[in-house]
Design a protein around this ligand. Sequence first.
Ligand code: GDP
Ligand code: IMO
Ligand code: MG
Length: 424
Amino acid sequence: MSVTILVGTQWGDEGKGKATDLLADQMDFVVRYQGGNNAGHTVVAGDRTLKLHLVPSGILYDHITTVIGDGVVVDPRVLLEEMDELGTLGVDTSRLLISTNAHLIMPYHLELDRVTERYLGRQQLGTTKRGIGPAYADKVSRIGLRVQDLTDEKIFRQKLETAIKEKNAILSKVYNRLPLDPEEIATDYMRFGARLAPHIVDTSAVLHQALRDGKRVLLEGAQGTLLDLDHGTYPFVTSSNPVAGGALVGAGLGPKEVERVIGVTKAYVTRVGSGPFPTEDHGKDGEWMQEHGHEFGTTTGRRRRCGWFDAVLLRFAARLNGLTELFVTKLDVLSGLETVKVCVAYRYEGERYEDLPPHQSILHKGEPVYEEMEGWSEDLTQARSATDLPAAARKYLDRMAELADVPVRMVSVGPSREQTLEAG
Ligand code: GDP
Ligand code: IMO
Ligand code: MG
């Protein structure tokens, strides 16, 4: 039993990159299991700040093998750019493995992501426009191209021809766009394939062998529980399964190996893009979180919507992922607020909902029921153990754990590795 799953418990950007980088120290493999370069994971090590999109957050350690698993969608152009950029920073990417089964994001996926969002108008999802949804849609429709196709030009061209006929018809006839040139795509992708070939393997088989050899594996989620295609705030979700169940599918592992499921939880909540967000604060407190937490999207630079900590969502995430522990981030951002609020339920038409309501309209229209707790003014960024935290901050953490019925194990009080403490 040496698999640890790390998942976001909110709408993404909980600090998974930092948590993964920190835990990677005790791991041998770090695996991305879903999503694509819609993710933006920030890792701060010494004076280096890395913004990773596809490459797993364990990349900074020499002893780690990083893996892009079967469930990921890979834009090979972006992956190579990211690897090149890491190379210029002196980071070794030679041990990065890419699953032969992962699906490819193709240029028409990017184009379709853009035009369909425009077509939706006011109903748009606010996607990252990285082609994620269209690539997963083709995977499910069984007309996707996979990483392994990059190494067989004949097959690649055959599959591309089939797919692009339909895509170009849609682009030109429905959306009035210019058709894409399959020749240009094939030439580019064969070039990408030649560079990526040494990294392409059966990653599931590699991970099975590693576990047999007693190695430790961390499965790093992208996005978050409420962005899960099946369990999140549909349709305002991403097109994959970030939840712990998805981790096993996406990495090609079975459940008996799993030892820990860590839920990364921000001390407040943020969301980028459209969709319900019951505790969103449009006033000065939300602005405070946005400003003090530097809440801008890592991938798109968009301003993140901010609001109070929501225990209803965390309880839901705990249940859905089978969380064994919490890794709480950004507690430092709340320093200086006179009172801090915790949403313990929603109220709608006289009913109180302590669990996620059965109909999403209630999430849109329901009012959060808050508990107000005493705030703290002390700067937390230098805290290195639980005893360094003021009593009010400790109480806040205790209440989080109590409401979610999951223990808080680690607390982060700043972006860098050192700014982390064990919850005691
Ligand atoms: P991810 O997508 O879950 O990996 O999160 P992001 O990297 O997109 O966003 C989290 C942001 O918060 C990054 O800029 C991190 O460097 C930063 N961060 C992480 N943990 C902390 C923390 O405890 N305190 C503060 N102030 N910033 C943090
Ligand atoms: P990390 O891994 C926050 C959001 C988008 C949009 C919705 C669908 O950094 O936490 P998509 O491009 O996936 O089809 O967009 O999902 N979204 C994220 N929000 N963090 C992310 O990743 C996200 N990845 C996608 O803003 O609302
Ligand atoms: Mg992010």
